[in-house]
Design a protein around this ligand. Structure first.
Ligand code: NAP
Length: 560
């Protein structure tokens, strides 16, 4: 298996350091945390396993990878100058533009000097007497830090299904989540893509246009709808600049961080003709408008959901010429929104090409990978390239593999053996001075908006602790319990959407079934952050290592 790991210039690596804040991960969240922590006056070091910045947007460089939230709403909004000087080319930017943008941000704010690439964290151990973290990377270098911020992302550990023979395949194999830096040449090749989640359905139309043949192995059909991407015209660029503050305000108050106007009518308030006209409008709307601006009962009334699905099934039948293929592409086992809905460009159309075929693996399961191809219960097909678009160990995957040991040597993966428990998705009790913005319970929607809120909150807590002479910050178990219960409860509200998806870890055999996203929404999250700030962060145990007594026992005589 190749990786995106280009050669790292070791001589350019900053040496081991003892810093205030050690950040792991140079994705969108880690970059922002570096900016904010440095701006707040902390000494900072960032460790990144890859050879460049971007995190998820560095590793997922497969052809067709692009945002499905509007580019300008997914980007950083902390600097109006940055917003004004970067002109996104498309409403939904493709991976190369995203990577260029993130590099631009890093250089514009001179962040690269505190970044160390090719540094994969192998252990992170809390040193209780010193109230510091000792972090070791795979070349053996050891770092010390007061605070450890693991901005390691939720989609950073690729998942390969346990199919016999995978390692013995003699052709090329790639996972969408670890795409190589050098372009993969599909021309004249027989290609298989396994998996039809958001990544699979993005890569499939591109490969279909290049390969001699493409066989798509689909286990579960998905409710795909058009992304409806387009270039951003000069007029639109001007409008975006003119409306920066309004856009920020809309995003800050939106439940899930999107610009789309929320729907205001229930399905059966409209006549059938009106409903079909509305569905057509939704079909032609950009990205997540199809969820946010839809009828308000789409996810709550099974009948309403079923009718939208009926409309989508009609659309699929009208696009896909072969009726048998069309039927296979229509989901029969879940409602719209139960799995994360992918947004596509030319996906269903690709199945009309003579070089593209579909294998439904629920009907004819994959039995094994042979040295030359994929064998199902029905046939053996030979391939030059297999693309695994089979997803990730979502939410907790990276955090559970970093060798994190908290108080009394407690292993994070043991602590979360039944699934994650967090306070606001930023901390978990037993792991003082460890924060994980953009991790479990962080987001459910436009991720950078939620994750940016978390970074702002964390920076506030760190600043407060420094300014008041504390050096240990740990979530109070009661506060954590309250947040985790709320998150779990809202996630399973009737009609109980999504329990069969990776939202609950269900895609990984043996993984505990526990909600991994933020079901509570940004407004409530921001409300909780404001409350925490206003009451001097009482949701955290703040201690001084030299006077190891809880401030609630009055050791400091100061409350902020
Ligand atoms: P995913 O949604 O988890 O999809 C994995 C796919 O692999 C599913 O179709 C799954 O089938 C299939 N699969 C897994 N094991 C299999 C097996 N043994 N045999 C056959 N098929 C198997 O992963 P993803 O597509 O990489 O997307 C993950 C998330 O990344 C998305 O939900 C989204 O949040 C994000 N993403 C975003 C964008 C974007 O546009 N911004 C693009 C790509 C990804 P089952 O459904 O049956 O399990």
């Amino acid at each position: 298996m190749e990786s995106s790991e280009a050669v790292v210039d070791e001589s350019a690596r900053p040496p081991a350091a003892d810093v205030d804040v050690l950040i792991v991960g140079a994705g969108i969240t880690g970059i922002y945390q570096l900016y904010r922590a440095r701006e707040a006056g902390f000494t900072v070091q960032l460790l990144e396993a890859g050879s460049g910045v971007g995190g998820t947007w560095f590793w997922n460089r497969y052809p067709g990878a692009r945002f499905d939230s509007e580019s300008y709403t997914y980007a950083y909004l902390f600097s109006k100058e940055l917003f004004e000087e970067w002109e996104w080319q498309e409403h939904f930017a493709e991976q190369p533009e995203i990577e260029r943008y993130l590099n631009h941000v890093v250089d514009r704010f001179d962040l690269r000097r505190d970044m160390r690439f090719g540094s994969n964290v192998t252990s992170a151990v809390y040193d209780e007497p010193a109230a510091k973290w000792t972090v070791t990377v795979d070349d053996g270098t050891v770092f010390r830090a007061r605070y450890l911020v693991a901005a390691t992302g939720v989609l950073s550990v690729p998942y390969f299904p346990d199919v016999p023979g995978r390692d013995g395949f003699r052709g090329e194999q790639y996972h969408t989540g670890r795409w190589p830096a050098a372009p993969v040449d599909f021309a004249g090749k027989r290609v298989a893509v396994v998996g039809t989640g958001s990544s699979g359905v993005q890569v499939i139309p591109v490969v279909a246009g290049e390969a001699a043949s493409l066989t798509v192995y689909q286990r579960t059909a998905n409710w795909c709808t058009p992304l409806n991407n387009s270039p951003i015209t000069p007029d639109e660029q001007a409008r975006l600049r003119a409306n920066f503050e309004t856009m920020c305000e809309t995003l800050a108050t939106s439940f899930s961080g999107f610009l789309h106007v929320p729907g205001d009518r229930a399905t059966f308030d409209d006549s059938k003709d009106e409903r079909w006209a509305f569905y057509e409008k939704m079909w032609n709307s950009p990205g997540f408008a199809k969820l946010v601006s839809h009828y308000t009962d789409l996810l709550f009334d099974p009948e309403a959901n079923a009718e939208w699905c009926e409309f989508l099934a009609e659309k699929i039948r009208s696009i896909v010429e072969d009726p048998g293929t069309a039927e296979k592409l229509i989901p029969k086992d879940h409602r719209y929104g139960e799995h994360r809905p992918p947004f596509v460009t030319g996906y269903f159309e690709a199945f009309n090409q003579p070089n593209v075929s579909l294998v439904a693996t629920k009907e004819t399961p994959i039995v094994r990978i042979t040295p030359t191809g994929i064998e199902t219960t029905e046939s053996l097909r030979e391939f030059d390239i297999i693309v695994w678009a089979t997803g990730f160990d979502f939410g907790t995957g990276a955090l559970s593999r970093m060798g994190i040991r908290g108080r009394d040597g407690l292993a994070l993966e043991d602590h979360w053996a039944d699934g994650p428990s967090t306070f606001l998705g930023v901390q978990t009790a037993g792991f003082p001075n460890l924060f994980f913005p953009g991790g479990p319970h962080a987001a459910a929607g436009n991720n950078p908006r939620y994750n940016g809120d978390q970074v702002d909150f964390i920076t506030g807590v760190l600043t407060y602790a420094r300014d008041h002479g504390y050096d240990t910050i740990e979530a109070e178990p009661a506060a954590q319990e309250k947040w985790t219960r709320l998150n779990d409860k809202w996630a399973t509200r009737p009609p109980n959407f999504g329990t069969a998806s990776y939202y609950f870890g269900s895609n990984i055999p043996g993984k505990p079934r526990r909600y991994l996203l933020n079901s509570v929404g940004r407004p409530k999250f921001l409300e909780e952050c404001a409350a925490a700030r206003e009451n001097d962060y009482e949701a955290f145990k703040l201690l001084r290592s030299s006077h190891p007594r809880d401030r609630s026992h009055g050791c400091d005589g100061r409350r902020g």
